[in-house]
Design a binder for this molecule. Structure first.
Ligand SMILES: [Zn+2]
Length: 283
């Protein structure tokens, strides 16, 4: 079987979802593009495809421990949106799949976003919850103290509010560099999810020790992905989603050319995502 990740290669695709089913979050502060809303039926088909292909969904602890053998994938959701609980969780449970939700803690309880009760229901349903920072600003635009505060505060609030250990984060806007990774490591984070569209290779047991947090790339899951593309992706054929990848490379190049602040303004215009500089805390 060519190009399969069957066997013990330890390779896996990270999947980055945002919202499943229903309407996109439509708060005054923040709207999500329909592009990032996967229909519940499509999500169900994808989870069923994982089950049929015997692709195991990983916990973050397994990834960290290097316990990745045979076909495996990492299902994640960014932002902490309501459909994660109401639409995605029942599907995950029906197909016995594991998932991780990264919560932008400053938005908890705001329109379209889960409140603390909803997050606790996710945890009770077997979903891992970790940090997507507090205010969802691109970390590269912040000074050290702000980056530290974003990571520390979100972790503390999640651990206090949910009673779970928080050791992982995903970067808002995919914004990270060596500096932000270093600060995350100092704040106790051990696994960091990016938006880089690439396959991951799990550490062999013991291999990653002492090398800082593990960086995990993820493919953006959008409303336009076909089940065939999905099947190829989780089988380890990243080239099957080449359009996604080249789109990302193009965005990266644009970001470098125009600077991240301008990129952020453009991104908001194009994708309709608006964020306040100082979001109103809800918790
Ligand atoms: Zn986000």
């Amino acid at each position: 079987m060519p190009s399969s990740n069957a066997g013990n290669s330890g390779r896996f695709a990270g999947l980055m979802y945002h919202e499943v089913g229903g309407m996109p979050a439509r708060g005054p502060e923040r709207r999500l593009s329909p592009h990032y809303v996967v229909e519940t039926a499509a999500f169900e088909a994808q989870m069923a495809a994982l089950h049929a292909a015997r692709v195991r969904t990983l916990s973050l602890s397994e990834v960290l421990a290097g316990e990745v053998s045979g076909p495996a994938t990492l299902v994640t959701f960014d932002d902490g949106l309501e459909g994660n609980l109401h639409n995605a969780l029942p599907v995950l449970q029906r197909h016995a799949q594991r998932a991780t939700v990264f919560v932008a803690v400053g938005f908890v309880g705001s329109e379209g976003h889960l409140d603390w009760e909803g997050l606790r229901a996710l945890v009770a349903g077997g979903v891992e919850v970790h940090s997507h920072t507090w205010s969802h600003r691109p970390l590269q635009t912040l000074v050290d103290a702000e980056v530290r505060d974003e990571l520390r505060r979100s972790r503390r609030d999640l651990e206090d509010g949910l009673g779970v250990p928080v050791f992982a984060a995903s970067f808002p806007h995919g914004s990270f560099d060596a500096r932000t990774v270093r600060i995350a490591a100092e704040e106790g984070y051990r696994l960091l999810c990016t938006s880089e569209a690439r396959l991951n290779r799990a550490h062999a047991p013991g291999e990653g020790a002492g090398t800082g947090p593990m960086l995990v790339g993820r493919f953006a899951m959008t409303s336009s992905m076909t089940v065939r593309q999905f099947e190829r992706l989780v089988a380890g054929q990243a080239l099957a989603v080449l359009p996604v990848r080249s789109g990302q490379l193009a965005r990266k190049t644009v970001k470098r050319l125009i600077g991240i602040q301008t990129y952020r303004r453009l991104y908001r215009l194009v994708f309709g995502i608006r964020e306040p500089e100082h979001p109103v805390p809800h918790a």
